[in-house]
Design a protein around this ligand. Structure first.
Ligand code: ADP
Length: 490
């Protein structure tokens, strides 16, 4: 294959979640959106996912494929079948169906607690992906896998499938969306996953006496990337959760390619989930959305009150405790705070206590609720994101698209996307503080409030937010170049 920019590639995206079928976080947005961009460049891109029980088959009538396939997890043989669905943009998504592993209420767990057999669920899925492509006769030039759940694919291609002619010309790219979730398990994983003892070495799958899915992919994938340039540097240096050495040891570059968002989907002009549509040119609808949200939260309906939002996984990473502390300090101010989140039960309890203590100041919702998320992005004045670390972060980018101003901690992708608003020269799209240097979220909120009260300055800031463009075309090209560079070197 020539290293030509017009080369058409067969690309398989293997992941554990993908919009519009199943989503717990930003991973799903990326896996659902990047393929459209890669397809528009001319590639044949397909996606493969587990067939979770929560996938709405009324909304997405999946079609059956006539295969009965099987793979082993340890000494047990598991049968599976394949389904598929073609979305409006012409992209085929395959679903691996197995009742034992995927026919359950949650994706990774229930009530914020992981399923105890997650290791085996994703060993099964990784092996089933490789079998499925053979059954389908779709021979990928690139398998692009994401996060720990699909991180065994590079290891399989380099070990158990090294002599498998079907995959001789398949290269594997691995993207880290969050280094905090690595899939680290005991040494018995060698047998469970079907590796040979000779592959249980630090150069391959061994990690401190066990098997770490992510480490094996960092070591064995043909290219490794992560989702923002700053995070790519951070995880090599100090924020790699034990992966620093493996990342540095690769010698070649860890690509940092910024995520984008789908501006057709996240569009206040056409969004059907919000009370009124609006745009950079006609902002009337935004105050209707604010009223609607205030009403929904049981707050006083008042346009002059500074309204903050947050839509998040409830996890230490996201700094929801920082938000709770801030709200406790700001309880006498003319401000309102709404948080939508699901996950950790302790964080949920703290938010419940806060909301019942100050019902006019704070509201909290605890399900995974896409329409409400849209209402929050649209109805708020500012968006809070005091994440302790943030690989890329999509929420702050979505907030910008709705003219809602992000207030963020300076880490990872947040520092690549949000620039402090300088009212003297009119530059910038949000407010930034630095938790590590002891900078204070509450102080930053007060600074932003001064601008909020000056309608002219706030207006300029909102325009700057609307004018940001984090669409996928640039990042899609960067992925394409990474694939081509890789294939040129094979
Ligand atoms: P992460 O992937 O770490 O969770 P991101 O900011 O990259 O964080 O992406 C989060 C995505 O998930 C955003 O699209 C956000 O709107 C969405 N999201 C998170 N929690 C919820 C929820 N409870 N309900 C609806 N959407 C949510």
């Amino acid at each position: 294959m020539s290293n030509n920019k017009n080369t058409k590639l067969n690309i398989l995206m293997a992941a554990s979640e993908c919009i519009p079928f199943v989503k717990t976080g930003g991973l799903a947005d990326v896996v659902g959106t990047l393929p459209k961009e890669l397809k528009s460049i001319g590639n044949d891109v397909r996606i493969i996912l587990p067939k979770y029980a929560s996938i709405d088959e009324k909304k997405f009538p999946l079609k059956d494929l006539p295969y009965k396939l099987r793979v082993n997890v340890g000494y047990e043989t598991h049968f599976f079948s394949l389904k598929y669905y073609i979305t409006d943009d012409g992209i085929t998504t395959y679903f691996i169906e197995n009742n034992r592993y995927f026919n359950r209420a949650g994706i990774y767990g229930d009530f914020g607690i992981d399923y105890p057999d997650n290791r085996d669920r994703y060993i099964f899925f990784n092996r089933a992906v490789l079998e499925s492509m053979k059954a389908l006769g779709f021979r990928p030039d690139i398998i692009h896998c994401h996060d720990w759940q699909t991180a065994l694919l590079p290891a399989y291609l380099k070990t158990t499938h090294r002599n498998d002619g079907f995959y001789w010309n398949t290269a594997c790219v691995y993207t880290i969306h969050n280094i905090a979730y690595q899939g680290s398990f005991g040494a018995d994983t060698v047998e469970a996953a079907g590796f040979a003892r000779m592959d249980f070495t630090p150069e391959k799958i061994e990690y401190y006496g066990g098997v770490n899915f992510m480490k094996s992919a960092i070591t064995l994938a043909d290219r490794v990337s992560t989702v923002s340039p700053s995070y790519a540097l951070e995880i090599k240096d100090f924020n790699g959760r034990g992966m620093e050495w493996s990342l540095t040891r690769r010698g070649d570059k860890i690509y940092g390619i910024l995520n984008g968002i789908d501006y057709n989907y996240w569009n206040p002009k056409t969004d059907k989930n919000i009370a009124a549509n609006y745009s950079i040119k006609n902002m009337k609808g935004k105050s209707i959305c604010k009223k609607d949200l205030q009403n929904l939260c049981g707050f006083d309906i008042d346009d002059s009150v500074y309204l903050f939002g947050c839509v998040t996984r409830l996890d230490w990473q996201k700094g929801v405790d920082v938000i709770i502390d801030a709200i406790n300090q700001l309880k006498d101010e003319s401000m309102q705070f709404v948080i939508l989140g699901s996950g950790d039960m302790n964080i949920k309890r703290d938010l419940q206590n806060l909301a019942s203590k100050y019902p006019k100041l704070a509201a909290a919702f605890f399900d995974y609720n896409e329409p409400l998320a849209h209402k929050i992005y649209a109805g708020c004045d500012a968006y809070m994101m005091p994440s302790r670390f943030e690989p890329c972060g999509l929420s702050q980018i979505i907030a910008l698209a709705y003219g809602t101003i992000p207030i963020v901690n300076r880490v990872g992708g947040l520092s690549d996307t949000i620039e402090y608003y300088n009212h003297n020269n009119g530059q910038g799209n949000g407010f930034v503080f630095n938790l590590t240097y002891g900078e204070n979220f509450v102080e930053t909120i007060y600074k932003s409030e001064k601008i909020f009260k000056d309608k002219k300055l706030w207006g300029i800031l909102m325009q700057n937010a609307f004018n940001c463009n984090f669409s996928w075309d640039k990042s899609g090209r960067e992925y394409q170049n990474m694939y081509l560079d890789l294939i040129g070197k094979l």
